[in-house]
Ligand binder design. Structure first.
Ligand code: ZN
Length: 340
């Protein structure tokens, strides 16, 4: 079977591997049909200091497929069922896992495609509890955006930032995969959405997607534009993932008592913040990483009710590397999908 593996930092190889054994008790075997690319794939491709992993490492962190076989004791799936897979090997029995806070698992064995072998292969076995059924009416192509992209946004906006209907939100980098998801999900509950984008064409697309205002951050200071758009008050919530380049501007865009939720730092991991501003303005800064299995069900349910992920492009497995470089260069609007 085919598997796309990193054999060294920045070196991918399409390999021919033996298929996995029959699934063990409690496992399902999944035939992968679609992958979605994320910045974590870019980080994994480049390599990061202090990340423990062994080469070759099969890449791919977010995927959808079909159940090809299942082991003893698995009663919830049949062959052919469409599924998506949770992106980390959680233990299933620690306190966090038992409470459904999967992304806080105390014994997680790593993120698939980053620390341990991922989804860019024809077949894989995994614990059935990490497979999530795709509801009727949702294509595997759309579903492939649920286990990381749409569930992460669901977790950020609703579990963490507690976004409410009628609130105003600033979505940073509205053309990115999670940016497009955040615009859609915030609009769907009746928020006023302001977003930032890198060019005028993306501004038009963000408005077409539902954003009330799109600011070109290359021609306008977004924090000034936000203050103008909100009558100097600022927004209730900022959705952050850009990091160093925007973090202080994002804080300046908040109203007093506003919430900033962040899940990324694509422009760099470090910045300084003004602590006086932090406590005087009573900001709440919330870190968010991944999602729970419940969030994946919620994201899929929204897709079943009509939420359509924004797909930038679909590429072949052989073009994975090109996809990563377009993602790193921000030459996308929505998700890049890799089909099998
Ligand atoms: Zn656990």
């Amino acid at each position: 079977m085919r598997a796309l593996a990193l054999v060294a930092d920045r070196k991918l190889e399409l390999r021919d591997l033996p298929p996995p054994p029959a699934p063990a008790a409690g496992e399902v075997q999944v035939r992968v049909k679609a992958l979605a690319l994320n910045h974590i794939d870019v980080w994994g491709y480049r390599g990061m200091e202090f990340v423990r992993r062994q080469f070759p490492l099969v890449v791919g962190a977010e995927a959808a497929g079909e159940v090809a076989a299942f082991g003893d004791g698995v009663t919830e799936f049949a062959v052919g069922d469409p599924v998506v897979m949770y992106g980390a090997l959680t233990c299933g029995h620690c306190r966090a896992c038992r409470e459904g806070r999967d992304n806080l698992c105390e014994n997680a064995q790593g993120i698939l495609g980053f620390h341990v072998d991922g989804f860019a292969r024809d077949l894989l076995n995994l614990p059935a509890r990490l497979a999530i059924r795709v509801p009727a009416g949702v294509s595997l192509r759309d579903a492939a955006c649920a286990p990381i992209t749409y569930s992460t946004v669901e977790h950020m906006l609703f579990d963490n930032a507690k976004l409410q209907p009628g609130e105003t939100i600033l979505v940073q980098a509205g053309g990115s995969g999670i940016g497009t998801a955040a615009i859609q999900m915030a609009k769907a509950i009746g928020c006023i959405v302001i977003t930032t984008v890198g060019d005028d064409a993306k501004a038009a697309r963000a408005r077409a997607l539902g954003a009330d205002h799109a600011i070109n951050y290359r021609t306008d200071r977004f924090e000034s534009a936000v203050r103008k758009l909100t009558g100097k008050k600022g927004v209730d919530v900022v959705f952050e993932h850009v990091g160093a380049d925007t973090f202080n501007g994002s804080l300046l865009s908040l109203k007093r008592g506003g919430r900033l939720v962040t899940c990324g730092s694509t422009s760099g991991p470090s910045t300084t913040i003004n602590l006086m501003q932090l406590f005087q303005q009573q900001y709440r800064i919330i870190g968010s990483f991944g999602a729970s299995i419940r969030n994946i069900h919620e994201a899929l349910a929204k897709m079943a009710s009509g939420l359509r992920p924004v797909i930038d492009s679909e590429i072949a497995l052989a073009d994975f590397e090109q996809g990563l470089s377009r993602l790193a260069d921000r030459q996308v609007f929505g998700k890049i999908l890799v089909h099998f």
